[in-house]
Design a protein around this ligand. Structure first.
Ligand code: MG
Length: 253
């Protein structure tokens, strides 16, 4: 049996908003440091500093042994890149994924950034990935079921000529980083729960420039595209409240 969906009260959503604000602040600080020559370990340090200075704990650090406060995934790396000595180069793209836990509640967000100038097709990949998130969000209403979010993300990405990663999905979030339900970025036959007030989701399209297939690297974490083409990621933690949707990780970037 699938885990129960844990709906959140307004008070819990307010605590999650506080958590999301910490993650957003850390994301902004990391964004300011992204330039050719910076290492992904340096970006990780910035995120750790901001998250802990705000009284929170990085959600990812130590999660199943993950060593970083952020996932830093460059170019063909889809998600879960381990921060380290790699230095960014002009024309790279980098996805930064991070979460914070504050007062027992997690937040989770990702952005993909250009390092200097990137080619126009890669820029289009980043733009479509972001717009697929916001298109998906339009389906997150009390009138719908979960797959309406998935369908909108998939249609946006595929009509632009890109592919949706199948092996990784978004998720519910709360006291646990990953809660029920799974939130696929494509229409999947299977559980299709109603979208009720109190539902909090980490919606996170992972979109590939080439084919959908991905592979796991030998480090046990880094996921890369099988065809070596770039991939982009965009994620927010979003709550459905009695007053509509609230993006809890709104960094304005
Ligand atoms: Mg996530």
């Amino acid at each position: 049996m699938a885990d129960m969906i844990k709906l959140k009260t307004d008070a819990e959503i307010a605590m999650m908003k506080a958590s999301g604000e910490v993650a957003s602040r850390a994301m902004l600080a990391v964004a300011e440091k992204i330039r050719p020559g910076v290492s992904t370990a340096e970006l990780d340090k910035v995120a750790y500093h901001i998250i802990t200075r705000n009284g929170a704990v990085p959600s990812f650090k130590g999660y199943r042994g993950f060593p970083g406060s952020i996932c830093a995934s460059v170019n063909e790396e889809v998600v879960h890149g381990i921060p380290g000595s790699r230095r960014l180069e002009e024309g790279d793209i980098i996805s930064i994924d991070m979460g914070a836990v504050l007062n027992g509640f997690h937040s989770d967000m990702a952005r993909t950034f250009a390092v200097g100038a990137v080619d126009s097709e890669t820029q289009r990949l980043m733009d479509v990935t972001k717009s697929s998130f916001f298109e998906g969000l339009k389906g997150f209403t009390e009138d719908n079921r979960l797959m309406e979010i998935s369908r909108r993300i998939q249609e946006t990405a595929e009509s632009a000529g890109f592919s949706v990663v199948r092996d990784l999905v978004g998720h519910g979030i709360g006291r646990d980083l990953h809660e029920s339900p799974d939130v696929p970025n494509f229409v999947l036959k299977g559980p299709n729960p109603r979208l009720n007030v109190g539902l909090v989701l980490a919606i996170e399209p992972m979109i590939n420039a080439g084919k959908a297939a991905v592979e796991w690297c030998e480090d046990g974490w880094t996921v890369v595209t099988a065809d070596g083409k770039p991939s982009a990621h965009y994620e927010n933690t979003v709550a459905l409240t009695g007053n509509g949707l609230v993006i809890l990780t709104d960094s304005h970037i």
